[in-house]
Write a protein that binds this ligand. Structure first.
Ligand SMILES: [Zn+2]
Length: 242
């Protein structure tokens, strides 16, 4: 019961969520929400650093962001599959955490694991709500209310449904990313970020500033939802048009 969270980010590799939605997670913590992370793999295929080092780095990054719980599903890095076994495993973890909102990777990605993680996460969120699917003692069926797809660094012809203003927590996001020093120090690319020759940390700052500019803020993180968002009062709409 004590492990329940309001917001949960699910991704393939340790460091994925810091890169795509770390600011949004830190901001939710600041707002008083309970936040969790599920990394599906242990990152054992990474060129730099072993799984044990990455585990310690992920733990430090979670503390930096202020998240309540960070679980690892122990699936095989670079061999991620959306199958009966992986769905069942993830359904169990989602039921344990009972999140209201779940952030998933965008369904298109450079790394095959990112695409699979998106599909697997979406399917598991649905199945977790079916009481007769893989029932287990002390585990309650639960379907998250809202799924958000993290759109950062993607160039697909998809406009963000919304951008979260992360200006206030941008340094926290960067600090969490810097926890993965074995991965990123001196790196020119990571995750969905293509190399441009610039330092990776600078590249993340520039991209975050671009997303921030879409909502006339300093730094932002973009998200996509297939469903249309509701507006209660058009007079409270933000982001100046002209
Ligand atoms: Zn990744």
């Amino acid at each position: 019961m004590s492990e329940h969270v309001d917001l949960l980010a699910i991704a393939a590799h340790r460091d994925d969520v810091e890169l795509t939605c770390g600011g949004t997670l830190a901001k939710a913590v600041t707002a008083g929400h309970r936040v969790g992370i599920i990394d599906l793999t242990q990152g054992e295929m990474g060129t730099r650093g072993d799984a044990a080092t990455r585990a310690a780095e992920a733990e430090r990054a979670a503390k930096t962001l202020g998240v309540t719980v960070r679980l690892n599903a122990g699936m095989r890095d670079a061999h991620l599959e959306n199958n009966e076994a992986s769905r069942k495993k993830l359904v169990g973890l989602i039921r344990e955490l009972q999140p209201r909102v779940v952030i998933l990777p965008f369904p298109v990605g450079r790394h095959p694991d990112h695409r699979i993680a998106s599909e697997l996460g979406r399917d598991a969120c649905y199945l977790a709500g079916l009481a007769k699917y893989a029932p287990s003692e002390g585990s309650e069926a639960h379907r998250p209310y809202k799924l958000l797809y993290a759109l950062a660094y993607r160039e697909d012809p998809v406009k963000p449904t919304f951008v979260v203003d992360i200006s206030e927590v941008f340094e926290t996001k960067m600090q969490a990313i810097r926890c993965y020093s074995t991965q990123f120090d001196g790196a020119k690319a990571a995750g969905e970020i293509h190399p441009t020759g610039q330092d990776l940390y600078e590249l993340i700052r520039v991209q975050s500033a671009h997303y921030g500019s879409l909502i006339r803020r300093r730094y932002g993180e973009p998200f996509y939802t297939p469903e249309t968002q509701e507006v209660e009062d058009v007079l409270k709409l933000g982001v100046q048009s002209i």
